[in-house]
Design a protein around this ligand. Structure first.
Ligand code: PLP
Length: 461
């Protein structure tokens, strides 16, 4: 375990290619913010100093992956890179059928189609990620989150805050009726990258089998989840992350994967499963919306990069360092008393904004205000997971605000060094000291749907 008084261990890789980043002045950033309508999605990436907006598609690829790009076989059908990807995915997951997709959300869309989801159907998850929920809801089906209640207590330490509440799932099946799909998201992105235990996956599997419900993993961060299991579930401490990942997959019917996270690539995804009928349905649809089933909307070279990324992400030395980086960041923030969701997640630190800025009501978008301050003062871009993204207007016009108001500092894989993390720690500690200076925001343009991407704001006060 990392001790914050010590330095981080050196990463298990060295740097061969660098990408310059630019420092701007606070005066420049104030102007940029004004021009951007105080929406960090409108700020040119070249004006961001440290970009913690997302860990998705932002990984640094290895020399082995870049070399693989040169081996891209761009044949339309049956390219050799597909077979390389298929064999790596089969080796890790144990599933028979592998279908590449251009990213995670198209994998979700294809699963919804293949399972014939419609407005008579109900689906359940620990917590659906936004795109999974959107794909299910577009089909007409209901999407219910059954994450354990501990997930909503930011300062509570719990080893597996991403677990699905299996008691609630069984009650639902007994009392309310059929469920057409169960999805366990590993790790739980909507809940701050919190892991799911193998015991929980096994119990969900038992319930799913007993009730003949298809059970899929949304496995974008399967390797990070496997490493948490190794650290926190005693029975598996002597298993390798790859063996643990295989156990996760062998207890579910299939997976849909955005390879932009634990595939260590900038684009790509896949589905893997055993059921031949579902596989055939996916292939039918696939050709219409993604491309021939052996390339799935990707170039042959992209398939190769995913195949190689998957062999690297599951290595224990890589996962250990990745985990230590997050722990290091968490301990650094904890030293200054900064409130965040405990314990530290697998890919992000999620600041608990209700405690960070208790005087700003949710109607004045405190998490958004915090992200703006992080950019204005330090050039850091983070993501708002609060009242801008998640508040909902009821039919009577009243706003319902989300239970948690969060700012997510997502750490791209193999991108930032300890010095960058130190800069982030110092910046957040400094901002926390001066938190009384932060004021709320008001929305001056609200597009309605997915408003966080395009809304415009002005600072209050
Ligand atoms: C858990 C989870 N599932 C699915 C997706 C969607 O993947 P993509 O962005 O590749 O479409 C994401 C993206 O962040 C995710 O975190």
């Amino acid at each position: 375990m990392t001790d914050i008084n010590q330095k981080l261990d050196p990463p298990p890789y060295k740097i061969k290619v660098v990408e310059p980043i630019k420092k701007t002045t606070r005066k420049e950033r104030k102007r940029l913010l004004e021009e951007a309508g105080y929406n960090f999605f409108n700020i040119a990436a070249e004006n961001i100093y440290i970009d913690l907006l997302t860990d998705s598609g932002t990984s640094a690829m290895s020399d082995y992956q870049w070399a693989g790009l040169m081996l891209g076989d761009e044949s339309y059908a049956q390219c050799k890179n597909f077979f390389n990807l298929q064999s790596v995915v089969q080796d890790i997951t144990g599933y028979k059928f592998v279908i590449p997709t251009h990213q995670g959300r198209s994998a979700e869309n294809l699963i919804c189609y293949a399972l014939n989801l419609d407005d008579t159907k109900v689906t359940v998850s620990n917590q659906f990620f936004d795109t999974t929920r959107a794909n299910i809801e577009i089909s007409g089906a209901k999407a219910y989150d059954f994450v354990i209640p501990e997930a909503f207590q930011p300062s509570l330490i719990h080893n597996f805050k991403g677990n699905l509440n299996t008691g609630a799932l069984e009650d639902y099946i007994q009392n309310e009726g059929d469920v057409s799909l169960i999805v366990v998201t590993v790790t739980n992105n909507a809940g701050g990258g919190q892991p799911v235990s193998l015991a929980n996956i096994i119990e969900v599997s038992r319930i799913a089998k007993m009730n003949k419900i298809p059970f899929f993993l949304d496995a974008a961060r399967f390797a990070e989840n496997a490493y948490f299991i190794k650290l926190r579930e005693k029975e598996y401490q002597n298993n390798s992350p790859k063996e643990i990942a295989s156990m996760m997959f062998s207890n579910s019917d299939g997976c849909m994967v955005s390879a932009k996270k634990d595939g260590l690539v900038n684009i790509g995804g896949f589905i893997a499963l055993n059921d031949e009928q579902i596989y055939r349905r996916i292939k039918e649809r696939m050709t219409v919306i993604e491309g021939f089933p052996t390339y799935g909307g990707l170039a042959g070279r992209d398939l190769e990069a995913i195949a190689r990324g998957l062999t690297e992400v599951i290595r224990e030395d890589y996962l250990e360092y990745r985990h230590q980086q997050l722990e290091y960041l968490g301990k650094g923030l904890e030293k200054g008393g900064v409130p965040f969701i405990k314990p530290v997640g697998g890919h992000s630190i999620n600041l608990d904004v209700k405690s960070f800025l208790p005087n700003i009501p949710q109607s004045e978008f405190p998490a958004w205000a915090l992200t703006i301050a992080l950019y204005e003062y330090y050039g850091i871009r983070a993501a708002e997971l609060g009242s801008v993204a998640f508040a909902r207007k009821q039919d009577d016009g009243k706003w319902i605000f989300p239970e948690l108001e969060q700012v997510r500092l997502a750490i791209p894989r193999r991108v930032y060094s300890q010095e960058h993390l130190n800069y982030v720690i110092d910046s957040v500690l400094d901002l926390y000291k001066h938190r009384a200076d932060i004021t709320g925001m008001k929305i001056v343009y609200d597009p309605g749907v997915l408003r966080h991407f395009t809304a415009r704001f002005s600072p209050l006060g």
